[in-house]
Design a protein around this ligand. Structure first.
Ligand SMILES: [Zn+2]
Length: 270
């Protein structure tokens, strides 16, 4: 259900999302990582979400504190507080299903699309309990960043993560060539979080079609445990019951922003 309301509209730029490639790299580097992911997926599979949603406590809203690490090599990359806040607003619209384009949800998914009662807020206290805006600015001499996690370490020119038990870490930087990538639940704490290009973060001072904040919505979906609808393999399983099996998208269409109605046409595995 989560996949429908926040992930489906946003994943059409798969070539711009380096998460699957990144996770494969992590599994190669640390064989125990795959076991941790499998254990978490089994835990999720055994939850009775339908009962929890309709039962007591179903309206509880979870607010996730966010720290945004702006790692900049130029004034252009040092994005404004307003741009950061526009991204937090976009996240909240998408995850609370208050996004205006929710009316475009394909009819077969409308019975399942839902507000998932998750909100995001810039952190107001740092790991030491001191007041913070939730926005960290740090200059760097690194010209661009890959999906190799160097951004997550001060020693590499980036900035160390805040404790992932208490914060969603978002690094905003000159990421290239991808627009974003994310860890999965089960990643090590120092690598937990999402990395987004400054060119695709927020809804102001960003060029179309990446000016809706959906790159971050998409990557936060991964951070919460969602896979791409094609399960990151040919006709794979995304472990979400209400998305049908679908082919992996062809490279030529992966980079094209397509509306959900078009995405429906690509379901050819069943
Ligand atoms: Zn992705």
């Amino acid at each position: 259900m989560i996949g429908i309301c926040v992930f489906f509209p946003a994943f059409s730029f798969a070539q711009r999302c380096a998460s699957a490639e990144y996770i494969d790299q992590q599994k190669l580097a640390d064989p125990s990582f795959a076991n941790r992911i499998n254990a978490i997926e089994n835990f999720i599979r055994n939850q009775n979400f339908a009962a929890k949603i309709t039962g007591e406590g179903g309206s509880l809203i979870i607010t996730i504190p966010v720290v945004v690490h702006i790692i900049y090599g130029s004034a252009l990359q040092n994005i404004s507080d307003a741009q950061v806040k526009s991204q937090i607003d976009a996240l909240n619209r998408d995850y609370r299903r208050q996004n205006a384009d929710s009316i475009n949800t394909p009819s077969r998914f409308k019975p399942f699309a839902a507000d998932i009662n998750i909100e995001f807020a810039l952190a107001t206290a740092d790991p030491n309990g001191r007041a913070t805006t939730g926005i960290i600015r740090k200059p760097t001499t690194v010209r661009s960043w890959l999906n190799d996690d160097k951004i997550k370490y001060s020693s590499q020119g980036g900035n160390n993560a805040w404790d992932s038990k208490f914060y969603l870490n978002i690094w905003v930087c000159n990421l290239y060539p991808a627009l974003g990538y994310s860890s999965l639940p089960g990643s090590s704490a120092d690598k937990d979080g999402v990395v987004i290009s400054y060119k695709a973060f927020g809804t102001i001072n960003v060029s179309s079609p990446y000016d809706m904040g959906r790159t971050t919505t998409h990557e936060v979906g991964h951070w919460l445990g969602l896979k791409h609808p094609w399960g990151d393999t040919y006709c794979g399983d995304d472990l979400v019951d209400d998305t049908r099996c679908r082919e992996i998208l062809q490279p030529v269409v992966q980079i094209i922003f397509a509306p959900p109605a078009i995405m429906e046409l690509w379901a050819t595995c069943i």
